[in-house]
Design a protein around this ligand. Structure first.
Ligand code: ASP
Length: 320
C-alpha cells in the first residue's frame, strides 16, 4: 500500500502494442506499426509524477498483441512475480496492445496471486499521433498502482479502471474501447486521482501449483480451440480438430449459449472421445443459460478467456 512520504517504486513492464507504435507520417493513426518504442521512452515526459516515485522500466517483449501467446505469458508472469515479491515495489504496470489485453489480464488473474496492483494499460492511437492517448493511460495506470489499497490484476484505458475478469475490448477504434459489461467498471481516473466505484476484485488464483510454476515452454500448453456456432453450422471443424488431437474446445454459442444441432452432435462426439468441451456465447454481453444443454457452460467467461481457463484446467487438473 502506498504511504504518502515514503519512496514508492512502480515497475513498468513493456510488451509492445499501439501505445508503443509509430507511423511513418506523424499524425497517421491508421497506418502504423505497433511495438516500436521502448518502454523507457514511454515513461519520459509523463505529467505530474509524484516526487517520491521511483519508476523502473523493463522491456519484456515488443509485439503487436495479436501475436501474444502462452510463451510470452509465462515470461511476463515470471517478471511480474519477481517484481511483486520485492518489498519496495508497490505495484506493476504493463503496457500492452489492446487486441488481446483481456486475455493477458485473465491469464495473470487466474495464475498469479496479486496482493499488490498489476495494472495493464494500452492505447488506441500510436505514440506518433497528434493526440496520443498512451501517455494519459500510462499516467492513469501509475495513479492506480499508487492508490492506497489497490490490488489484483486490473486494466486502465480512457480514464476507466476495469477488473481482469470482466474487461473486454468492445470497439475497434474508439479511444474508450473497453467495457466491463454487466459487472460495471471498477472506477474512474480524473486528474491523477482514482475514484473507486466498486470494491477491488478479490484475488482468485484458480490455477496454481507445480504444473504452472514449472512450465518450460509453449509446447506445454494443451491444444484448445474455439469454434463458433452460427446459422448453417456443421461439425467439420470439430471433426478436423479431433483428428489433430485437440484436448479442449470452447464453443461460442448463439444467444444464451445455444448450439446448432449439427455442431452440437460433433461436439458431443468429441466429448465422448475425451475432449473437454465448454460452452460460452458469441454475444459480447449477458449470461449463458445452463438450461437444457448437454455441454457444460464456461461459468460466465467469454470464449477467449474460457479458452485460457480450459487450457489451464487441462494443465493443472487432468492426467497428462
Ligand atoms: N494491434 C494493436 C495491438 O494489440 C492494437 C492496439 O494496441 O490498440 O498491439
Amino acid at each position: 500500500m502506498a504511504e504518502p512520504n515514503k519512496a514508492h517504486k512502480v515497475v513498468v513492464l513493456g510488451t509492445g502494442g499501439t501505445i508503443a507504435g509509430t507511423s511513418a507520417q506523424p499524425g497517421d493513426d491508421r497506418h502504423y506499426r505497433a511495438g516500436q518504442i521502448g518502454v523507457d521512452q514511454l515513461l519520459q515526459h509523463l505529467p505530474k509524477l509524484p516526487a517520491n516515485l521511483v519508476l523502473v522500466a523493463e522491456q519484456v517483449a515488443q509485439v503487436d498483441s495479436k501475436d501474444m501467446g502462452p510463451a510470452l505469458w509465462w515470461q511476463l508472469r515470471r517478471r511480474v512475480a519477481h517484481w511483486l515479491a520485492q518489498a519496495d515495489v508497490v505495484g506493476v504496470v504493463i503496457t500492452h496492445g489492446t487486441d488481446t489485453l483481456e486475455e493477458t489480464a485473465y491469464f495473470l488473474y487466474a495464475t498469479l496471486p496479486a496482493a499488490k496492483p498489476v495494472v495493464l494499460t494500452c492505447a488506441m492511437r500510436p505514440a506518433t499521433s497528434l493526440a496520443p492517448d498512451g501517455p494519459q493511460n500510462l499516467r492513469d495506470a501509475i495513479s492506480v498502482a499508487l492508490h492506497p489499497g489497490a490490488q489484483g490484476v486490473l486494466a486502465v484505458c480512457a480514464g476507466t479502471l476495469h477488473g481482469a475478469l470482466d474487461v473486454q475490448k468492445l470497439h475497434t477504434s474508439r479511444l474508450d474501447a473497453f467495457s466491463s459489461g454487466d459487472a460495471g467498471v471498477l472506477g474512474k481516473i480524473r486528474s491523477h486521482r482514482l475514484f473507486l466505484i466498486r470494491n477491488w476484485p478479490q484475488a482468485s488464483v484458480k490455477y496454481s501449483g507445480s504444473a504452472i510454476e514449472n512450465i518450460a515452454s509453449d509446447a506445454d500448453w494443451p491444444p484448445v480451440d474455439i469454434v463458433t456456432s452460427h446459422a448453417g453450422a456443421d461439425g467439420l471443424v470439430v471433426d478436423a480438430l479431433l483428428a489433430q488431437g485437440v484436448r479442449g474446445i470452447v464453443v461460442a454459442g448463439t444467444g444464451s449459449g445455444t448450439v446448432h444441432h449439427a455442431l452440437e452432435a460433433a461436439l458431443l462426439r468429441a466429448q465422448a472421445a475425451g475432449v473437454v468441451v465448454w460452452r460460452s456465447t458469441r454475444c459480447a454481453l449477458g449470461p449463458v443459460s445452463p438450461a437444457a444443454q448437454r455441454l457444460p457452460d464456461a461459468q460466465g467467461l467469454s470464449p477467449v478467456k474460457a479458452r485460457i481457463a480450459l487450457a489451464l484446467e487441462l494443465l493443472t487438473c487432468s492426467p497428462r
